[in-house]
Ligand binder design. Structure first.
Ligand SMILES: Cc1cc2nc3c(=O)[nH]c(=O)nc-3n(C[C@H](O)[C@H](O)[C@H](O)COP(=O)(O)OP(=O)(O)OC[C@H]3O[C@@H](n4cnc5c(N)ncnc54)[C@H](O)[C@@H]3O)c2cc1C
Length: 409
């Protein structure tokens, strides 16, 4: 069977790329390993940039997402550093003077199923779930895509949106060996019966011994919450850590937290996943193959967010393919444009992570950062963390705060 475009992976980057391709009238096929609804390790938070990308794909999507059972508007983060007091960091609305929250939480199981249904219901899209892609082979003209079930497809373009751990990236020669500090590992569990959850606030717990990384709680609209821990892989290896134990220690070290979770019930065994950090610039294109979302290694070190970049890369891959098909670009030009435009769009958000990445392997530097963040406490709503969140150039604000001569508070 022939399709002009094959998208491998039906997560947010694959389905949103599909929606853009359908809008451009381009026939395509999405192949997804698992059957929907399927679970996915994530903190379940979509930020303003993800919301804007969803709106660019289809302005109706947000209204549909708001109806999902676990949907919850998020208006701020409660930050606790070591054993200091909790700092409330409120968020601005999505638009100035508007009423829509700039962030929301929703279970990925629900979100991804909705996006899959939306994408697959559009004209120009064929979609098969439960069909794992085993092999991609370059042919004289285009590619052959073979599935585990023995089905074979021919295509001119591939959008590789298969998440972080897949061998396909290597098979098309786009993945080299990398230092461990460019990968993180995350573990997520759902709990119900947790006391003292603030409905519209996430909770972030930072400690020197789990940096670079953190422990995070996101409240969900169905009364449960998402609890997750994300740590950089070099730290995990150096200290021989087990993420389940780290999660248990995070509860145990904080007596207030332990009390709130004493009667809580974990829904099912936690699930984990690796995250390829954007702290290294990777090649994201090879002769008609576009790497999107986690396959392109687009996770921000500072926030562990990847969905905004996944959706942006999906839109740009669809634009590049439309450009080739309509004759605006040749293959090579489209690949160059894709890489450059993606980098231009995400660079400012990735800058702080990229700058701090080498230093965050040093415990004294992490102590310095936590000290700078703590110094915001008691300076009114949000303190320094809120200043950082909305600073035009957050890394400059941070460097200034790290300057010992500035330590007046
Ligand atoms: C613990 C944790 C917390 C996180 N928290 C957040 C957060 O709060 N906010 C945020 O923005 N980001 C967060 N992220 C990152 C976010 O989950 C990813 O950036 C996002 O899921 C990327 O979407 P994707 O479509 O590229 O990949 P995925 O969501 O991983 O989707 C890839 C899909 O491809 C399928 N697939 C894989 N291999 C094949 C194959 N061979 N054939 C066919 N299909 C295949 C998979 O089954 C999957 O459905 C977190 C990640 C982790 C691990």
């Amino acid at each position: 069977m022939d399709f002009p475009v094959i998208i491998v992976g039906g997560g947010p980057s694959g389905t949103v790329c599909s929606i853009h391709l359908s809008s451009a009238g381009i026939q395509h096929l999405i192949l997804e390993s698992e059957k929907f609804p399927r679970d996915k390790a994530c903190a379940d938070i979509l930020t303003s940039k993800a919301i804007r990308e969803l709106n660019l794909a289809d302005a109706r999507l947000i209204k549909e997402i708001e109806k999902l059972p676990s949907y919850q508007d998020i208006w701020g983060t409660l930050l606790k550093i070591e054993n200091n007091e909790v700092l409330d960091i409120p968020y601005h609305a999505l638009e100035k003077d508007g009423e829509q929250a700039s962030s929301f939480a929703v279970r990925r199981k629900e979100l991804d199923e909705l996006l899959w249904n939306e994408a697959s219901s559009k004209p120009f899209c064929s979609a098969i779930d439960g069909e794992h892609v085993k092999h991609i082979e370059k042919k004289q003209q285009g590619y052959e895509v073979k599935t585990r079930n023995g089905i074979s497809f021919r295509t001119s373009f591939i959008v590789l949106a298969a998440g972080s751990h897949n061998r396909l990236i290597k098979s098309i020669g786009l993945k080299d060996k990398e230092a461990e500090r460019h990968t993180a590992i995350g573990l997520r569990a759902y709990y119900s019966g947790v006391k003292g959850l603030k409905k519209d606030r996430c909770e972030l717990y930072l400690r020197k011994d789990t940096m670079p990384g953190g422990f995070y709680i996101a409240p969900l609209g169905d009364g449960s919450c998402n609890v997750n821990v994300v740590l950089r892989k070099d730290l995990v290896k150096r200290k021989d850590l087990n993420l389940r134990e780290v999660m248990a220690v995070c509860f145990a070290q904080d007596s207030a937290l332990a009390k709130r979770f004493e009667n809580a019930v974990m829904e099912s065994a936690p699930i984990g996943q690796s995250l390829h950090l954007a702290t290294i610039k990777r090649k994201k294109y090879a002769e008609g193959v576009f790497l999107c979302g986690d396959s392109g290694g687009l996770i921000d070190l500072i926030s562990a967010n990847g969905i905004p970049q996944a959706l942006c890369s999906a839109r740009l891959a669809a634009t590049s393919i439309a450009g080739i098909i309509s004759g605006v670009y040749n293959l090579e030009e489209a690949g160059v444009w894709y890489g450059m435009e993606l980098e231009r769009t995400i660079a400012s958000d990735m800058k702080m992570g990229r700058m701090l990445s080498p230093l965050m392997g040093l415990s004294w530097f992490n102590a310095l950062i936590l000290g700078a963040l703590s110094r915001g406490q008691g300076q009114g709503e949000g303190g320094f963390m809120q200043e950082l969140l909305y600073a035009e150039e957050p890394w400059k604000a941070l460097i200034q705060k790290l300057n010992p001569l500035q330590r007046t508070h």
